[in-house]
Design a protein around this ligand. Structure first.
Ligand SMILES: Cc1cc2nc3c(=O)[nH]c(=O)nc-3n(C[C@H](O)[C@H](O)[C@H](O)COP(=O)(O)OP(=O)(O)OC[C@H]3O[C@@H](n4cnc5c(N)ncnc54)[C@H](O)[C@@H]3O)c2cc1C
Length: 420
């Protein structure tokens, strides 16, 4: 089978990218490893999705269904229960090896790929909590899936480590299902979740949030079930402070300690990586350093709002279509977009003048909470943008668009955030 574009992943990102490329007339195949389209949205049965794109508040499955419906109306070819195992760069495109129960292993080729493989959760191993290894310690996203999709109540006395959005949402979800939620511990002096989730998921249910705290001990019983945990306050170097130990009797510890873009399929491709986003570098067309290989959604950068995923992926879908139509878009000259003071990262990483007709939508996260800031964008001595911002937090990704007419070849672009 040969296709113009293959989209890997059928979550919010893959759906939006595929629909956008199809609108441009492309021949597309979308491949999804699960038995249903929609991705992570299918397990997010809370509301809070779609305010930007639809100006209405939907649950995750409702938001997904809007796109799934449009996807089917667009008559895009797709495969479910099919996993992409391997990608090779070949002349004029890519060769993909996929596997499914029905077809077995199969090779397909295409001119362009859109990677929309989402992200995965960090586990206990990535933060090395000492103590026993009992049952009852699981990631918050897995717990969400067991509860909301498979219908299993995973525990009755729960503590949560990490105040990312999934942890906050699971705190409320477990409370509403009748569990006792004893608290949420967060290593940082601020929460890593959206402000609205702190209010609606913790404050409204009197669930305590222990900032600058971490779990330092895990105890299992004779049946190897979780029995208790110990949390401790940490100092400015994130080291536990002796004497601040506090023990909680729990049967479940949920870990909400970070998400990592899933780019494992790119392992054997010559892509340029970004250590900050833990993904790859792209230009303003969401094209990686491998021509024709595009990436968007949570596999490019972990998003907090699905609306941003959909809008970003639409842009990526249109660019992949342009790539196929042009047969090849040779990078002509590119300049870097650099993250300056107080910025954790900036995407895209390059403005490529081969894609000069495309708008450059910049997204960034700050390194810490800033009440009042001045956002500036400059190229050499020339100021491209200057804007006052209030209440910037690492948990909320910021977005703005650069006017391409102002950008010249030559020096790099610097995005800066000054504390006022
Ligand atoms: C718990 C939680 C709560 C959230 N709450 C909100 C909220 O209240 N409001 C809001 O706006 N946003 C929220 N978000 C954010 C938003 O929902 C996500 O950022 C968005 O849905 C991610 O879409 P995606 O397509 O990039 O990734 P995913 O939805 O993860 O989709 C990736 C897809 O790729 C497939 N895939 C991966 N590898 C392969 C492979 N090798 N072969 C084939 N298929 C593959 C996966 O099966 C999956 O279906 C939340 C996210 C989470 C996790």
């Amino acid at each position: 089978m040969n296709k113009e574009i293959i989209v890997i992943g059928g979550g919010a990102s893959g759906l939006a990218a595929a629909i956008a490329a199809k609108e441009e007339g492309r021949d597309i195949l979308l491949i999804e490893k699960e038995s249903k389209l929609g991705g992570i949205l299918n397990q997010c049965i809370h509301n809070g999705f779609g305010l930007e794109v639809f100006k209405e508040e939907y649950t995750g499955p409702e938001y997904a269904n809007k796109y799934v419906q449009k996807f089917h109306e667009s008559k895009i070819d797709f495969l479910l229960d099919t996993t992409v195992l391997h990608i090779d760069k070949i002349e004029n495109g890519f060769e993909i090896i996929l596997s499914s129960k029905v077809t077995g292993m199969k090779k397909v080729t295409c001119q362009s790929i859109i990677m929309s493989t989402g992200c995965y959760e960090r586990t206990r191993g990535s933060i090395s909590i000492p103590g026993d290894r009992p049952y009852g310690v699981i990631t918050a996203g897995s717990a969400q899936r067991y509860l909301n999709i498979d219908g299993y109540m995973i525990g009755k006395k729960v503590f949560i480590l990490g105040s990312g959005d999934i942890g906050l949402i699971m705190a409320r979800r477990m409370y509403l299902e009748g569990a006792e939620v004893l608290g949420v511990a967060e290593l940082m002096p601020y929460s890593n979740g959206l402000t609205r989730n702190i209010v609606q998921c913790l404050n409204d249910y009197n669930i305590p949030l222990y900032l600058s705290h971490t779990v330092t001990e895990i105890h299992g019983n004779d049946d190897n079930r979780l029995e208790s945990i110990v949390i401790q306050e940490v100092n400015q170097s994130y080291q536990p402070i002796p004497g601040t130990e506090r023990e909680f009797s729990v049967d479940t510890l949920l870990l909400s300690i970070g998400l990592v873009p899933d780019i494992t399929l790119m392992d054997n491709l010559d892509v340029e990586h970004d250590l900050k986003t833990k993904s790859v570098k792209v230009n303003q067309a969401y094209e990686t350093s491998v021509p024709g290989l595009f990436i968007c959604g949570n596999s490019l950068q972990v998003h907090d709002l699905v609306d941003n995923v959909s809008m970003e992926s639409e842009r990526a879908g249109k660019c992949a279509s342009e790539f196929v139509l042009a047969k090849k878009i040779e990078s002509n000259e590119s300049i870097k977009i650099k993250a300056g003071n107080n910025l954790l990262f900036v995407t895209p990483h390059y403005v490529d003048f081969a894609w000069a007709s495309r708008e450059t939508v910049i997204q960034f996260r700050s390194t810490s909470k800033i009440e009042k800031a001045l956002l500036t964008v400059s190229q050499g001595d020339k100021e491209l943008l200057s804007k006052r911002k209030s209440f910037i937090v690492p948990a909320e990704m910021e977005t703005f668009t650069l006017d391409m007419n102002q950008i010249e070849k030559g020096s790099d672009i610097l995005v800066n955030l000054e504390v006022l």
